[in-house]
Design a protein around this ligand. Structure first.
Ligand code: ASP
Length: 307
């Protein structure tokens, strides 16, 4: 069976200064995830590899490089989900963790729960020997936060502005026919302390089910939560729509119903995939078979042959 993987680096008005690094980042990471799949690895391993690599890249708002809340601190959210069993792990508002997606996977595999938050998530991380990271804040983010904290910008305008909020995500289909998703974020700059967006919430920031497909979302978290965007896209696929049409229909609904912008990556159990968004830009890349595709602007798709 042909494997497939799609990754995104956040849907927003990515400024030109970050465009090249964002595209280079998603291209490198999709290759790393694809290598996991081509070596017989699981979809779960591939999405964890892709998302943890994006968390390590300071260009993206997840792990290292995350945006700061109103108190000038990093609070991270992440989810991972296995479409074979519907096993899910998530963490929200965790601090000093370089790879929240790995902690989310540990919640899934080492506890009986689906989500741990804030202090409890950090206590769990300590108990299982997760190293604390104290270098997640980049100099650039500290400067941007200092600069932008004087402006009062509505959360909706954020996604058409050049305020950083590039959440990351991945969806994959492995050679056994299993799908998985993972999403990770620092959220939105200047969010209230304790604010949790869509990213770690099952059915909103991500969902995976071998019976329909896997989705990872990005964009205005409060809107995504209200329409449970990941599940909405899979609902449309269950009704027979293609990955692209299901994503477009759901994003359009979110725009009309709650005036929210965003993006989603999708893969079905047959390898039908899509990367769609209603924000000015979203960095994304995919590999299916030997073809690598990537894009940044709406209706733009570049292709490269691997090897
Ligand atoms: N959805 C994320 C949040 O609201 C942000 C993003 O995707 O850029 O936390």
């Amino acid at each position: 069976m042909k494997t497939a993987i799609v990754v995104h680096g956040g849907a927003w008005a990515i400024p030109d200064a970050l465009a090249e690094a964002s595209v280079a980042g998603v291209k490198a990471v999709v290759r790393a995830g694809d290598a996991v799949l081509k070596n017989g690895g699981s979809a779960l391993d591939a999405v964890e590899k892709a998302v943890s690599s994006l968390e390590d890249d300071p260009v993206f708002d997840a792990g290292h490089g995350a945006v700061l809340n109103t108190d000038g601190e990093v609070e991270l959210d992440s989810i991972i989900m296995d479409g074979k069993t519907l096993a899910t792990g998530a963490v929200s508002s965790v601090r000093n963790i370089a790879n929240p997606v790995r902690l989310a996977r540990a919640v899934m595999e080492k506890t009986e729960h689906v989500m741990l938050t804030d202090r409890g998530a950090n206590m769990f991380a300590e108990r299982i020997g997760f190293p604390a990271a104290h270098d997640l804040v980049t100099e650039l983010e500290r400067k941007e936060w200092e600069h932008y904290k004087k402006y009062v910008v509505g959360v909706k305008e954020l996604f058409n502005s050049q305020w950083g909020h590039d959440t990351v995500g991945a969806v994959a289909l492995d050679s056994f026919g299993n799908v998985a998703c993972a999403t990770s974020t620092g959220g939105i700059r200047n969010k209230m302390v304790g604010r949790v967006g869509d990213s770690p919430i099952i059915g909103s920031g991500g969902y995976a089910d071998n019976r329909s497909g896997a989705v990872s979302c990005t964009g205005h978290g409060e809107s995504i939560l209200k329409v449970t965007l990941a599940r909405l896209i899979l609902f449309h696929m269950e009704q027979g729509k293609s990955a692209a049409v299901a994503a477009d229909t759901s994003l359009q609904y979110m725009g009309e119903r709650v005036q929210g912008g965003g993006g989603a990556i999708v893969v079905s159990p047959t390898g039908d995939w899509a990367a769609r968004f209603t924000t000015p830009r979203m960095a994304w890349a995919s590999v299916k078979g030997d073809v690598l595709c990537y894009g940044l602007n709406p209706d733009e798709e570049f292709k490269e042959m691997l090897k």
